[in-house]
Design a protein around this ligand. Sequence first.
Ligand code: P5A
Length: 446
Amino acid sequence: MRLSRYFLPVLKETPSEAQIVSHRYMLRAGMIKQASAGIYSWLPLGYKVLKRIEQIVHDEQVRAGHIPMLMPTLQSADLWRESGRYDDYGQEMLRIKDRHDRDMLYGPTNEELITDIFRSHVSSYKDLPLTLYHIQWKFRDEIRPRFGVMRGREFLMKDGYNFDLTKEDALHAYNRHLVSYLRSYERMGLQAIPMRADGGPIGGDYTHEFLVLAETGESEVFYDSEITDLKFGDRAIDYDSVEQCQAVLEEFTSRYARTDETHDEALFNLIPEARRRNARGIEVGQIFYFGTKYSDAMNATVQGPDGKATPVHMGSHGIGVSRLLGAIIEASHDDRGIIWPEGVTPFHCGIVNLKTGDAEADAACEAIYAALTALGLEPLYDDTDERAGGKFATMDLIGLPWRITVGPRGLKNGIVELTSRRTGESVELPPEQAIERIAQIYGKAV
Ligand code: P5A
C-alpha cells in the first residue's frame, strides 16, 4: 500500500477522552473512531489488525477440529425465555421490538441459539463430539463502556460451543480449548495466563479466564510468579489425545492463579511469599464447562448407546477478538507509539522515502516495494511529501515492526537502512539484503 493512496487519519494531539495508552494510540494512529459510547468504526488500519487477529483465531480453532459457522447478531427473545436468561440477563441486554411487536435482542452471547440449532439437527450420540464456533459481533449494554475497544458495548467475539455425550468428553473439549487458546495468544505475541474464575451469567462453576498482565487491566488477579515462566511454544499436540490435552491443562493450571472472584487467601498464603503476586490483568478469553444447564432447559438430548434420550454436556468458550487489539497494545508499546508483534502487524514493514521526487530514491523504493509484494508481503510505502521527521513519527506511532529507510545519500553507497521498531537498532545494507532479511523474518523464501 502506498501511503499517498491510503486512508490513515493520524492525530497529532492526544485525545483527552482516552485514559489508557492503548485507547490513545488507537485513536492517534487512526485505527478506530467512536460512533457512540462503546461503539466504534474500524478505520482501515484498525480493521487490518482486527482481521489478522481473527485469522489467527480461525486457524487455531480449525486446527483443534472445531467447525466455523455464522449466526446472526439479532435473536428472538423466545429462546432466551426457554433458558430462563431473558429476565436474568438484566440491563446488559439490548432489547428491541420489531414492527410486529415481537421481542428481539442484540445477542450478548449465543448459548441459546446454538442449542436450538443443535436440537433441531442432531439426535444421535453417533454425531458427537461436536464443536461449532463463530466470530460475530456482540452487544452488551455495559454500564461503563470505557478504554476504547477494551470494554465496548459492541464488540467482536469468537464464541465456540461443544456438545458431548459425557462429562469426560466435555472436559476433553474444555482442555482442547485451553490448548488452542494458549497457541492463539502466543501467536499474537501475548502471554495470557489461565486463571480460575467465576461462571457469572454464562453459568457453571468450572471455568478459566485468560489474563494478560497489565497495570491498566480491569481484573484483580492473584498468582504464583512461577506461572509466568510457562510457554506453550511450538510443541506438537494431537488434539484428539485426551492425555496430551489433559497434561497441558495440568501444566498450566496446577499453580495458584485466580481472579479476585475466586481468590482464596488461605491457599494463596501456602505459596512462598517471594512468589506471591497481586496484580491486574486484561481478560482476553474465558472457557466454561456448564454440563447440562442449557440442554436440560431447552430439551437438547441425543439418543445414547442404550437407546435412551440423554441431555448433552456442553461448554462455551470465548475470545475477545476486538479487545485483543487493546490488550496487545497495552503489552507492547513505548512512548512513541505501538510496537506490533510480527504475528498481527497491519503491514509487514514500512518503506520510508527520505526524498520523494528524487528519481533514484523513488526508483529504489519502488523496487523494494515490488520485491516485497512479489514475496506475498504487504509493505506500507510512505511516498508522501512529508518531512523525514514526520514520516518517522508516523511509522513509530503506527508501530510496524520493521522499517526500511531509503535516501539519496545512502543509495550513493548502495545502501539502505533497516530498523527494528522494538529495539530501535538500525543496520545499513544493500536493498537486496534488506529484502532478504524481511523475507526471512516472515518465513518467506526469496
Ligand atoms: C463464552 C463464549 C462468554 O460470553 N459465551 C460464549 C461465553 N464469555 S465471556 O467471558 O462473557 O466473554 C468472552 C470474552 O469476550 C470479551 N468481552 C468483551 N470485549 C470487549 N468489550 C466487552 N464489553 C466485552 N465483554 C466480554 C472478553 O475477552 C471475554 O473473555
